[in-house]
Ligand binder design. Structure first.
Ligand SMILES: Cc1ncc(C[n+]2csc(CCOP(=O)(O)OP(=O)(O)O)c2C)c(N)n1
Length: 344
C-alpha cells in the first residue's frame, strides 16, 4: 500500500440529546471560530499581521465541543494554533484580533501575537510556539487546583485543566512524561490530541510507531478515547465524561479527536503536500455544515434563525477588525515594559 494513503475511519459515539439553546450556542461558537480565522487570512495578506499565523479552519468541533463543556473556573492550555481556543474560552474577539495586529489593546498587550494569546482573566494559559510546551504547564495548572482544594481548603468544585496539542506533538517526550505524572498524582487534566493527520508536511502515520494515539493511554493507566473530531456533539459527549472524572478527583483522560485542517500549516505554507482527494474527503465532513444540518433536519431552528446567527457573527468579526485598526500601537518608550511580573 502507498504509505502516503491511509483511510481514516471515524468512530461513532452515542451523543447526549442537547436542547435548542445549547445547539445554537455550539453552532455560533464554531461559526465565530471559522469567520474569525477567515478574516485573519484576509488581514494577514493585507499586511496587518506579522510573523507566523496558524489557522484552525476545519477543527472547530474540537474547540467548541471541549471548551464549551467547561466551567468558567476551568483552565485551557493551547498551542500556536490558539485563536479559536481563546475565543471558545470567552476571550473577546476584539482583544484577540487586536493582539494579532500587535496593538496595545490586545490580550497580551500586542507583545505576543498569534502564537501567544493569553488571558489570565479567562484562565486561558496560552499560546506556545514550541510544540509540547503547554503540556507541563497544564500539569502545573492541574496540580495547583488540587493543592488549593486539598491543602489550602479552597471552597467550591475542583477546577479542570484542558490541554490541547497536535498528533505530531505526541512523539515528543513531554507528552509521555506528563501522562505519567498526571496519572501518578491523579490530576484533574484532560489531554486533547487534535489529530489533524499532519505535522506540517509529515503525515501522522509515517512518523509514529503506533498511529492510534488514544491507545498509548493504556501504558500509563488512564482512559484513552477516540472520537470523531468533525462532530461537535460526539466531542462534547466524551468531554463531559472526562470532565466528570476529573472533577470528582478520579484523574486524567486522553481524548484523541480525529480531525483535519482545511488550510495549510500556517499562512506561509503553500499546502502542496496533501492530495486534493484527501482534502476533498475531509472538506465533505465540514463540522459546521454537519451541525447546521442536524439542527435544521431535527427542526430545532429554521434556516432564517441560522442565517441570523451567521449575520450576527460576521458583525462581531467586522467590529473586531475595526477595534484592532483603531487601537494604538504600543509606545516605543514601553519597549521594555512587561518583561518582568512587577510591570503588570
Ligand atoms: C520543540 C519544537 N520542535 C519543532 C518545532 C517545529 N514545528 C512547528 S509546528 C510542528 C508540527 C506540529 O504538528 P502537530 O503537533 O501535529 O500540530 P498541528 O500543527 O498539526 O496542529 C513542528 C515540528 C516546534 N515548534 N517546537
Amino acid at each position: 500500500m502507498d504509505k502516503r494513503k491511509r483511510k481514516v475511519i471515524l468512530p461513532t459515539t452515542s451523543i447526549i440529546n442537547e436542547d435548542k439553546s445549547t445547539l445554537l450556542m455550539l453552532y455560533e461558537d464554531m461559526l465565530l471560530g471559522r469567520y474569525f480565522e477567515d478574516m485573519c487570512a484576509q488581514m494577514y495578506y493585507r499586511g496587518k499581521m506579522f510573523g507566523f499565523v496558524h489557522l484552525y479552519n476545519g477543527q472547530e468541533a474540537v474547540s467548541t465541543g471541549v471548551i464549551k463543556a467547561l466551567m468558567t473556573q476551568d483552565y485551557v492550555c493551547s498551542t500556536y494554533r490558539d485563536h479559536v481556543h481563546a475565543l471558545s474560552k470567552g476571550v473577546p474577539p476584539n482583544l484577540v484580533m487586536a493582539e494579532l495586529f500587535g496593538k496595545e489593546t490586545g490580550c497580551s498587550r500586542g507583545r505576543g501575537g498569534s502564537m501567544h494569546i493569553f488571558s489570565a482573566a479567562h484562565n486561558f494559559l496560552g499560546g506556545f510556539a514550541f510544540i509540547g510546551e503547554g503540556i507541563p504547564v497544564a500539569i502545573g495548572s492541574a496540580f495547583q487546583s488540587v493543592y488549593s482544594k486539598q491543602l489550602l481548603k479552597k471552597d467550591g468544585l475542583l477546577s479542570v485543566t484542558v490541554c490541547f496539542f497536535g498528533d505530531g506533538t505526541t512523539n515528543n517526550g513531554q507528552f509521555f512524561e506528563c501522562l505519567n505524572m498526571a496519572v501518578l498524582w491523579k490530576l484533574p487534566v484532560i489531554f486533547v490530541v487534535e489529530n489533524n493527520q499532519w505535522a506540517i508536511g509529515m503525515a501522522h502515520h509515517r512518523s509514529t510507531s503506533s498511529p492510534e494515539i488514544y491507545k498509548k493511554a493504556q501504558a500509563f493507566g488512564l482512559p484513552g478515547v477516540e472520537v470523531d473530531g468533525m462532530d461537535v456533539l460526539s466531542v462534547r459527549s466524551v468531554t463531559i465524561e472526562a470532565i466528570k472524572r476529573a472533577r470528582q478527583g478520579q484523574g486524567p483522560t486522553l481524548i484523541e479527536a480525529l480531525t483535519y485542517r482545511f488550510r495549510g500549516h500556517s499562512l506561509a505554507d503553500p499546502d502542496e503536500l496533501r492530495s486534493r482527494q484527501e482534502k476533498n474527503a475531509w472538506l465533505a465532513r465540514d463540522p459546521i455544515q454537519k451541525l447546521r444540518k442536524y439542527i435544521f433536519n431535527n427542526s430545532f431552528a429554521s434556516k432564517y434563525e441560522l442565517d441570523n446567527i451567521d449575520l450576527k457573527v460576521k458583525q462581531i468579526i467586522d467590529d473586531s477588525v475595526n477595534f484592532a485598526l483603531s487601537s494604538p500601537e504600543p509606545r516605543i518608550e514601553d519597549l521594555k515594559l512587561y518583561l518582568f511580573a512587577e510591570d503588570n
